[in-house]
Design a binder for this molecule. Structure first.
Ligand code: HEC
Length: 169
């Protein structure tokens, strides 16, 4: 039964794929190759304090307008999302957080993801506000998110829970 349902799903999905918008795969970096090393070297100057998270929350739901696309709960399903291709990133997906350094996220929020609705916010937001947003967006992944898992859990400035230390790209 399960197998049949899976087979059906695959058939449906393969038909639907060309017309349905999808989230771009999280394995592909969004930062252009020539900027990647520079972006990955960027580190949050803040510790993961409630104040910093709160500041990020204010910007996310306020002047950053992030919620319109990424959703009030960070699930990538905001009011404007349905019309977009690729779809906005779902910050609740904990796998996503393992495939990005905080520096890459910073770069994308500042400069945008070329060819997508994710425009750069360098004109609107200060660097401090962008870091605050990243600290806030991490909270959407809940206990599976970065910084919540034991040793990798420390959110010291300088690493998304020690990913760099593990040789993570
Ligand atoms: C107009 C819709 C829209 C708005 C507003 C928007 N985003 Fe996005 N965002 C997107 C889309 C679409 C993507 C997916 C881009 C891609 O897959 O390359 C994305 C991707 C991202 C990513 C993931 C990039 C990666 O490396 O995969 C981050 C982080 C992000 N947005 C943060 C923000 C923040 C913070 C704000 C508010 C300041 C914001 N976005 C506002 C549409 C939007």
């Amino acid at each position: 039964m399960l197998t049949k349902m899976l087979a059906l799903l695959i058939v449906v999905a393969s038909f639907a794929a060309p017309v349905l918008a999808a989230e771009r795969h999280m394995m592909e970096p969004r930062v252009p190759v020539d900027k990647l090393a520079e972006a990955r070297a960027l580190k949050s100057p803040f510790s993961n304090s409630p104040e910093v998270i709160e500041q990020g929350r204010t910007v996310y739901h306020g002047k950053g307008t992030c919620f319109t696309c990424h959703g009030v709960d960070g699930d990538g399903n905001g009011a404007a999302a349905a019309k977009l291709n690729p779809l906005p990133r779902n910050f609740q997906h904990h796998g996503f957080w393992r495939h990005r350094t905080e520096g890459e996220l910073f770069w994308v929020i500042k400069h945008g993801s070329p060819g997508t609705a994710m425009i750069g916010f360098s004109q609107v937001l200060s660097d401090e506000e962008i870091w605050g947003l990243i600290h806030y967006e991490r909270t959407f992944a809940g206990r599976h998110g970065p910084g919540m898992r034991g040793r990798r859990g420390n959110m010291e400035p300088g690493g998304m829970g020690g990913m760099e230390g593990m040789g993570h790209r």
